[in-house]
Structure formats: structure tokens, C-alpha cells
Design a protein around this ligand. Structure first.
Ligand code: DGL
Length: 261
């Protein structure tokens, strides 16, 4: 199984993309809904939670891990790779690879939680490859609760998105990285507010692409993964709201399994 985890529901956008790119592969998802959000927590706490999330998935039979949370990816990937001897994908590297691949664009905006933007991980990784690029981070802390409330098309959400993107518009960015797993659900509004000439990088799509590519080139790992198209959804707290949003994201009925951490 491919194990995928997130602080809560946002990582389901990565599951959705994985199912599009790799429909036969069995997936087990863990959403830490009892302890979400991670984006407001200290790095030490996020690392501790991420290690527990990974252990949970490995105990249930995951053979590789996808960290479908920008906050956990930016803070805990190193600690996870030190502890666990399975392939581990962070959601940041594929988005960086895509951002640096366009030689004509040099001005990049990154939106995410405070923890992700404060970590400066996108900036560090981009500049290590393309020192000519300018990277501007913008935390958007209100967007996660708005998505979790299902306010995907409300006027209030549009106004808040516009306000958050204003400083990036002034910087005349040419690329915008959606550095939070919830934001692909607001992609249309974000594209309208930032302008259609700005190229948006959706980390859920780039992540799925890079997992597919990895499996293609690593048949030894690929051979260990079951391919029955099955998907299990585990959470640390079962709520009606999670159920509702999960079904909106995946466009199918979802059965939640409760896991006590
Ligand atoms: N999943 C988190 C991320 O991608 C957003 C929600 C949270 O703060 O936990 O950064």
C-alpha cells in the first residue's frame, strides 16, 4: 500500500491526484483530525506528530510514505527519513522542481500556513537551484478553516483570498506555488485573483506525477505494492464535517476508520 498522511483533510487532494495518476495502486490514508491544524504548532510538535503518523501507516502495512502536508513536509521530512527505511515523498520537492524548470520566469510567490512560510523551505530549495529567482512567501492562515467549513465559493472567501494575494500581485510574481494541501480546492478563485498570466503550481498534482515516475524507475519498490485499486481512510477523530468534505473532495462515498493514537 502507498501510505499517505496529512494533519487532517487537505491531504485528500493528494489522494485524489494519486488515484487519477495511479488508479490501480492500493492507498491507505491517515488524517490526524484529532490534532489538526499543524500549521500553527511548533516545529518540535509537528515532527513528533509526523513520526507518529508515519508509524501508524507502516504498522498498517504501508510500504512507502507520502507526506501530503506542506507543514509536516517542511518540518519533519529529515526526521522521517532518518527513522524509517522506506521511500518517503515530501510534497515540496516536486513543486520546486516544476518552479525552477521554466527559465523565463524568475518571480515566485509561495502561499501556505505560517509554519510552512516561516520555514522558508521553498525559498531555500528554489534558490539552491536558481539563485536568480526571487521568492516571496505569504502566510494565509484563514484559508484552512474556510476550506474546512466548505466555504469554497463564498464571497467572503474571495475577498480574503484577494487580500492575501495583494502583496504578491504588487511583487509581480510569475509563478504561484500552492504550498498547502487545502489550497487546490480554492485554485479557481486563486487563479482569478492573482491573474491568468501567473502559472499556478498545485503540489498535489506535481506530487502524484513524481510518485508515478519514481515507481516506473524503481520496480523493486513497485513490486511490493498491492494493486487492487483499494483505498482505506483512517482518521484520529471521526466527525461529520470530515466525512462531508472527504466526499466532496473525492466525489465518492467514504468509510472512515477511527484510529486511536
Ligand atoms: N495540511 C496543512 C498543510 O498542508 C494545512 C492544515 C494544517 O495547518 O494542519 O500545510
Amino acid at each position: 500500500m502507498i501510505g499517505v498522511f496529512d494533519s487532517g483533510i487537505g491531504g485528500l487532494t493528494v489522494v485524489r491526484a494519486l488515484r487519477r495518476h495511479l488508479p490501480d495502486y492500493d492507498i491507505i490514508y491517515f488524517g490526524d483530525t484529532a490534532r489538526t491544524p499543524y500549521g500553527t504548532k511548533s516545529p518540535e510538535t509537528v515532527v513528533r506528530y509526523a513520526v507518529e503518523d508515519a508509524e501508524t501507516l507502516l504498522q498498517k502495512g504501508a510500504r512507502m510514505l507520502v507526506v501530503a502536508c506542506n507543514t509536516a513536509s517542511s518540518t519533519a521530512t529529515g526526521a522521517l527519513r532518518e527513522r524509517f527505511d522506506v521511500p518517503i515523498f515530501d510534497v515540496i520537492s516536486p513543486a520546486v522542481t516544476m518552479a525552477v524548470s521554466d527559465p523565463k520566469r524568475t518571480r515566485v510567490g509561495v502561499i501556505g500556513t505560517r509554519a510552512t512560510v516561516n520555514s522558508r523551505i521553498y525559498e531555500d530549495k528554489i534558490k539552491a537551484i536558481r539563485p536568480d529567482m526571487k521568492v516571496y512567501g505569504q502566510p494565509c492562515p484563514l484559508l484552512v478553516p474556510l476550506v474546512e467549513e466548505g466555504w469554497l465559493k463564498k464571497g467572503e472567501t474571495r475577498k480574503i483570498v484577494k487580500k492575501y494575494l495583494h502583496p504578491l500581485k504588487l511583487k509581480q510574481i510569475e509563478i504561484l506555488i500552492l504550498g498547502c494541501t487545502h489550497y487546490p480546492l480554492l485554485k479557481d478563485i486563486i487563479q482569478v485573483k492573482i491573474g491568468k498570466r501567473v502559472k499556478i503550481i498545485d503540489s498535489s498534482e506535481t506530487m502524484a506525477d513524481s510518485v508515478k515516475d519514481f515507481l516506473h524507475h524503481n520496480p523493486n519498490v513497485d513490486g511490493r505494492l498491492n494493486k487492487n485499486g483499494a483505498c482505506r481512510f483512517c482518521v484520529s477523530d471521526v466527525t461529520e464535517q470530515f466525512q462531508k468534505i472527504a466526499e466532496t473532495i473525492l466525489k465518492t462515498a467514504v468509510t472512515l476508520e477511527h484510529i486511536k493514537l
